[in-house]
Design a protein around this ligand. Structure first.
Ligand SMILES: Nc1ncnc2c1ncn2[C@@H]1O[C@H](COP(=O)(O)OP(=O)(O)OP(=O)(O)O)[C@@H](O)[C@H]1O
Ligand SMILES: O=P(O)(O)OC[C@H]1O[C@H](OP(=O)(O)OP(=O)(O)O)[C@H](O)[C@@H]1O
Length: 302
């Protein structure tokens, strides 16, 4: 592939490995962006759209998109703040995966119980920008200046080991299930931020002629995300209980109601939030609905 083959194509950055990689591939498949990636090749052309996919480390994606070298990207909200690119990228969509929290953690046995106790001591993290800003503000609030200020030290990984190795009094690291933190004998004393994967575009795009395709891909991905959050509930109901049942399933705009080939019976279908589907089914049966079915959505435009 040469640079010419990228001409006129939308460049779309995807994390090349790590926690977000697989979920991004599922999202691309759901949005019907097809491609064949040759072994170890980090740039590849979509076969059914004028798009080139660029596989990059998640942490590099905010600056590539922010500087306009790449038109669209997926990365973590935390990574954007760490790269100090929040003024240069627009977060178009929250994607509902890669959810975790950046937390201040200390050894469970430690005397340090609050971030105020930790201020002025040693903190190890991979998020030196975000943690630096957080402790700068705390130091200022507490009147710590010069060598009294909190010492922030960067490590690239295995942050949770820093306290037991004697390198730190506390750490700032991501927590999802909390397993890593507990296994290292740590507990969280403060949440600095919560994060999830986001779709981003440049705030000052270099290729304005690509805006229509950027909008199209954004809508497609929004459709895949919405479809994963909703199910379709369908049921039969007698005319006497139709109003009570449709009040339980009002749908996004309105439920679809069709007459059955049986006197005063109706079939109803409506979109329902996936995490409420079981409760909705219980309420429908209680209200007198019959033959209650739930269908997954593959995709939608809402
Ligand atoms: N435990 C987790 N649960 C959910 N999302 C996470 C988790 N850990 C990280 N993330 C999200 O994924 C992003 C990338 O993290 P990941 O650890 O995969 O980094 P990476 O850049 O692939 O580096 P490496 O694979 O070298 O650790 C994070 O910035 C965060 O947004
Ligand atoms: O709360 P948990 O579910 O245990 O997840 C948190 C861990 O996940 C991430 O690391 P990852 O496993 O991606 O490895 P890394 O340290 O190499 O980044 C993060 O840095 C934590 O260490």
């Amino acid at each position: 592939m040469n640079a010419d083959s990228l001409n006129g194509r939308l460049l779309f950055a995807i994390p090349k490995k790590g926690r977000l990689h697989e979920k991004c591939l599922t999202l691309l498949a759901g949005a019907d962006i097809q491609f064949r990636r040759a072994n170890r090749l980090d740039v590849c052309l979509a076969t059914n759209h004028p798009i080139a996919l660029v596989f990059l480390p998640a942490s590099d994606i905010p600056s590539f998109v922010g500087k306009g070298n790449v038109d669209l990207g997926i990365t973590g909200h935390d990574v954007i703040l760490e790269a100090a690119m929040e003024d240069y990228v627009k977060e178009e969509l929250r994607l509902g995966f890669g959810k975790c929290a950046l937390q201040v953690q200390v050894p469970e046995a430690s005397d340090i119980k609050t971030v105020e106790d930790l201020a002025g001591k040693r903190v190890v993290t991979s998020f030196e920008t975000v943690a630096g800003k957080y402790f700068d503000e705390l130091d200022t609030r507490l009147g710590f200046a010069g060598d009294k200020k909190t010492k922030i030290e960067y490590v690239g990984g295995s942050v949770e080991a820093a306290c037991s190795l004697g390198l730190a009094d506390g750490i700032v690291d991501l927590v999802e299930s909390g397993e890593t933190m507990r296994a290292a004998g740590l507990h969280a004393i403060q949440t600095v931020l919560t994060t999830e994967a986001v779709l981003i575009r440049s705030s000052a795009p270099k290729h304005p002629h690509l805006t229509p395709i950027i909008n199209l891909i954004t809508k497609r991905i929004a459709g895949v995300i919405a479809a994963s959050k909703f199910v379709i509930v369908q049921y039969n109901v007698h005319g006497d209980t139709l109003a009570a049942a449709t009040a339980i399933t009002p749908g996004r705009r309105a439920p679809t109601v069709s007459r059955l080939e049986e006197d005063n019976w109706f079939a109803v279908s409506a979109m329902v939030e996936k995490n409420k589907a079981a409760d909705v089914m219980d309420s429908l049966v209680k209200a007198g609905a019959e033959d209650v079915l739930v269908f997954n959505l593959d995709n939608c435009r809402v």
